[in-house]
Structure formats: structure tokens, C-alpha cells
Design a protein around this ligand. Structure first.
Ligand SMILES: NC(=O)c1ccc[n+]([C@@H]2O[C@H](COP(=O)([O-])OP(=O)(O)OC[C@H]3O[C@@H](n4cnc5c(N)ncnc54)[C@H](O)[C@@H]3O)[C@@H](O)[C@H]2O)c1
Ligand SMILES: [Zn+2]
Length: 362
């Protein structure tokens, strides 16, 4: 088992990473008599609810669960309320623990429930998608969607532990695994050239869910995210670098409608656009851009815009993005592979050019 710590002084917490951790009682910061509410969905519960329940009962916890309907469209205040109702009906007090068992949707909703139930209760993350394991379960962002905007209602609230069992990825649809790899490749591109090199050596093993490679890879991503979160918990500075490819990606997701391309797929194409834009600014070399493209393609990810989507489709959507400051587009771009920065005053023609270069028509 590997362990990465998120260093936030008195709110410091461990991330445990390994095969078979769901059944490892040592990973759970709980003791006999603790009340626990597991939050999951039917898809994930079918595979893992019984195992987690048994482990918690072995510790001596009193375990209950609540299942939310599966899907981003249920990341809502209504789902949040289902959790509160379950907690209140079973008389859970301030000493309860909420355990999120699922992907990023479950983690985000359960985390916000933990942040707000009786002004905050203990929270444990058990992420079961690759995206949640390398990204959403670490760093304390929690939220639900509003019909007028994604993640518009939420809080920063750190868990007391994150338990990553790499074996859970064996039941995850391959397309979801690959989408998680987009965020993995993103970490290498923005922060860590040696890790990018390592990914080039090991991407086939990761796609094939080799447990040794997965464990190493997830630990590296968690370490990179933990370092950034420790420096900038509430995204006033460096944490924004994690948004490489996301301004373009969000435009793709909105244009196609949520659920057509997975988030990671949109981020992959978005990273290519950011890389091409960085090349046009004279920072990345064509060889660097080609390396990124090849790595994404080996993870079965898109490297060009969705069919028929033009620069004119992107611009208005990107102007609506949170990353717009005083009407100027802000982008996370690359000075080099492994070195990202936030660019503020980017010429719109260059952006259009970069989108063209990543279109299927060229
Ligand atoms: N809090 C953050 O910092 C942060 C960061 C990135 C993304 N997010 C959020 O994360 C969400 C996306 O998360 P996601 O990609 O994990 O999607 P998801 O939670 O919807 O999971 C994807 C699908 O896989 C299923 N699933 C999960 N684990 C499984 C397993 N082990 N075996 C079989 N099926 C499994 C789920 O039920 C779901 O159908 C978005 O809402 C996004 O806003 C949050
Ligand atoms: Zn993302």
C-alpha cells in the first residue's frame, strides 16, 4: 500500500492507494461504535457496498447506506436532500461519518452533504473511477449542480481519509478508464516532465489496468494534486493550472450536451488545443505537440474537435467560462512539457487558429 499525505496542518489527511484496500480495516479512521452513512449509487453498490459494509462492521461501526440515482443529472439538491433525510431518519448526530463510495458525482454530492449536515461531519472518500481517484476525491471541492449552472452550489471541505482500491477499476467501463487517463496525462503535461516520460513508457499497461503501474500512476497524480492543494487550497493561484484543456473542454461538453463526450474525452481534445496554441506562441515545439497527441491517442482519447464543431461554436461558450476575467480569455498554456502557466491576454485570432488546427476538416 502506498500513502500520500495532503499537508493542510490540522486538517492533514492520508490518501491510501493499493489493490484490495476496501477490506483493509487499517485504512479507515474509525473505531468501534462509530455511526456511518455510506452514500453510493445502484451501479457501484452492486459491486462494492457489501464489501465496504462488512469491513466497517468488522471495525465495530454501525453502518447504514443511502443510494442516489446514477448520473451527472442527479448531482442535484434533491439528491443532497435524500442524504439528509436518510441521516435524520436514522438519528445521525454530529459524530456521524459520511462515506462516499463511487465516482466523482457521488464524491461531490456526499462531500457537500458532509460539509453541511449539522454544520459539518466526518467524511471519507472511497473513489471508484480513475477520474475520482486521481482528481475529484483529493482537494476538498464539493458541489451539486443547479439547473442554471454546473457545480454552482458547494463548499471546500476536506475528507479525513481517501481510500483508493485500484481493483475497483476492473469493473469500470473501459471508456471511463480512458477518460480518467486524460486527467493523468494532463498532470504530466502541466507539472512533471519525468512523469510524462514515465507515462510514455507505461501507457499500455495503464490501459490494460496493470495493478503495479496503476498504483504508481495514481500515487504520483495524488502527490502532484496534494502539493498544489497544500499551496493553494481555494484556487487563488497555482491550483488553476489543473484546468489545462478545460476551457476548450467545457465548450465541447456544453456544445454537445452533457453525456455525449465524457469529461475526460473533452479535456483530451482541449489539451491538444492548448498545446497547439502554446506552439503558436512559440513555447512548445512541434515535436512536443506530437508527443502529447501520440500519448492521448494511445489512451484511445480524441485529439481533435468533435465532428462539425467550429471556432464560432467555441468562442461564445468559452467567454461564459469561469476563467474569463474582464472580458479577456484566460488560458492555462504550456511553456514546455511539464511546465504550465496562466496566460491572460491571448489574441483571439490565435485561439481561432489553434481550434482550426485541431479540427477534423484540416
Ligand atoms: N471535486 C473535484 O475537484 C472534481 C474534479 C473533477 C471532476 N469532478 C466531478 O466529478 C464528476 C465526474 O466524475 P466521474 O468521471 O467519476 O463520473 P461518475 O461519478 O458519473 O462515474 C461514471 C460512471 O461510472 C460508474 N462507476 C463508478 N465506479 C465504478 C466502478 N468501479 N465499476 C463500475 N462502474 C462504476 C458510475 O456509477 C457512473 O455511471 C463530475 O460531476 C465532475 O464535476 C469533481
Ligand atoms: Zn477535469
Amino acid at each position: 500500500m502506498l500513502c500520500v499525505n495532503v499537508e493542510l496542518k490540522e486538517r492533514r489527511y492520508p490518501i491510501y492507494i493499493g489493490a484490495g484496500l476496501l477490506t483493509n480495516t487499517d485504512c479507515y479512521p474509525l473505531k468501534q461504535g462509530n455511526k456511518v452513512m455510506i452514500v453510493s449509487n445502484p451501479t457501484v453498490a452492486h459491486y462494492y457496498l457489501a464489501t465496504v459494509t462488512e469491513t466497517l462492521e468488522k471495525i465495530g461501526c454501525i453502518v447504514e447506506y443511502v443510494l442516489l440515482p446514477d448520473g451527472e443529472q442527479y448531482k442535484t439538491l434533491d439528491s443532497l436532500n435524500l442524504i439528509f433525510t436518510a441521516l435524520l431518519k436514522a438519528n445521525h448526530g454530529r459524530d456521524t461519518t459520511i462515506v462516499a463510495l463511487g465516482g466523482g458525482v457521488i464524491g461531490d454530492v456526499a462531500g457537500f452533504a458532509a460539509a453541511s449536515y449539522q454544520r459539518g461531519v466526518r467524511f471519507i472518500q472511497i473513489p471508484t473511477t480513475l477520474l475520482a481517484q486521481v482528481d475529484s476525491s483529493v482537494g476538498g471541492k464539493t458541489a451539486v449542480n443547479h439547473e442554471l449552472g454546473k457545480n454552482m452550489i458547494g463548499a471546500f471541505y476536506q475528507p479525513t481519509a481517501v481510500i483508493i482500491d485500484t481493483l475497483t477499476l476492473n469493473t469500470l467501463p473501459k471508456r471511463e478508464v480512458n477518460a480518467g487517463l486524460a486527467e493523468v496525462i494532463k498532470y504530466g503535461a502541466i507539472l512533471d516532465l519525468p512523469f510524462f516520460d514515465w507515462l510514455e513508457q507505461h501507457i499500455d499497461e495503464l490501459v490494460a489496468l496493470d495493478q503495479t503501474a496503476l498504483k504508481q500512476c495514481i500515487a504520483r497524480c495524488c502527490q502532484l494534486k496534494a502539493d498544489i492543494v497544500a499551496r493553494d487550497e481555494t484556487e487563488k493561484g497555482d491550483r488553476a493550472l489543473l484546468n489545462l484543456g478545460h476551457t476548450f473542454g467545457h465548450a465541447i461538453e456544453t456544445h454537445l450536451g452533457y453525456g455525449n463526450w465524457l469529461h475526460g474525452e473533452a479535456v483530451a481534445a482541449g489539451c491538444m488545443m492548448a498545446a497547439v496554441l502554446s506552439e503558436k506562441l512559440g513555447d512548445l515545439t512541434p515535436a512536443d505537440v506530437a508527443r502529447l497527441e501520440k500519448l492521448l491517442a494511445r489512451a484511445n482519447l480524441p485529439t481533435v474537435s468533435p465532428d462539425g464543431m467550429t471556432a464560432q461554436d467555441y468562442l461564445p461558450l468559452m467567454m461564459r467560462d469561469k476563467k474569463v476575467l474582464n472580458g479577456k480569455l484566460r488560458f492555462v498554456l504550456l511553456k514546455a512539457l511539464g511546465q504550465a502557466y496562466v496566460a491572460t491576454e491571448i489574441d483571439q485570432d490565435l485561439v481561432v487558429d489553434a481550434i482550426h488546427c485541431c479540427s477534423q476538416f484540416d
